[in-house]
Write a protein that binds this ligand. Sequence first.
Ligand code: PMV
Length: 344
Amino acid sequence: TSSGLGRVVTCVAPVNIAVVKYWGKTNEDLIIPLNDSISLTLSTEHLRARTTIKTIPQSNDITFELNGVTEKLTKRLSRAIQLCREEAVRQNTATQEVVSAGLTIISDNNFPTAAGLASSAAGFACLVCALQHLYGIQGDVSAIVRQGSGSACRSVFGGFVRWAKGHREDGNDSIARQLFPASHWPELRVLIVVVSDHKKETSSTKGMQTTVETSDLLKFRTEVVVPKRCEDMERAIEKRDFPSFAELTMRDSNQFHATCLDTYPPIFYLNSTSQEILMLCHDYNQKKGAATVAYSFDAGANAFLFTLNKSVPEICGLLQARFGVTDFKGDPVSDFCLHEEHGS
Ligand code: PMV
């Protein structure tokens, strides 16, 4: 309804995969990162979050269901809702009556949750998008999304995205922006190799905290390596230079996992299958005489392989020959970002 009460909004949001990774915060509460990061937003076909929000006018209860199970409202979830409500009141797009009405939030992911497949990125981007539509909020919501889950702010945009660490203490300039639309490099493909769908043992929040506290390598990475790497990565994408893009992507994934090993006690996200996939890529590239496929691993054992469209059949064949039946899915980089499916 036009009053905003008794509304139902459904949004779908894609995951994003970082090729220059974020690991470590300068401010835990506001989620301000130690370094800039660059990612690719995938299509919503294979890995997506979906959230439906209903307003409950006669109540002020908020209930949250994820993948069919009722969950407690986490601090971050409550904060995202609170920030959206404040923004709606500030912009005068929703009345106090609308923003104080109860909410029923129903979310699901069409892929394993919390297994290092960027589920929280898609999840928080989706939740804030649904609230944005519900309350009629205008403009960039990436700073709100960031405070739910850091990497999620990159899922607000399609194509190639850079999240700036910013310089302000309040984090208001720590926002994401699109570098290039997906149409800039249509031949690029991302293969998602599901090695393990188990929930990771060390959450990214906890892992980052311990790395920041104990790793010397992380300081070198964030202060010396990443600033230059972000510039090199932007240039490689701009020129559609796959070999450079591939090398930078693999080096960045490796260095992120090296900082995990440099954490004390160490954190291991890769398993022996991940390592096999990693070496398979290097062997293949060596045979080809140029980087033809690149791997990247987040806080989990699952592999994201980047390649050009023409190489997909050969790489899938290689994975099948080596691992038998593997669950891999191919995605283009996508311009499709958040959208409202329906509202009534
Ligand atoms: O935003 P979080 O807390 O899910 O952390 C994400 C960290 C990595 O996925 C490992 C790297 C990244 O930049 O996405």
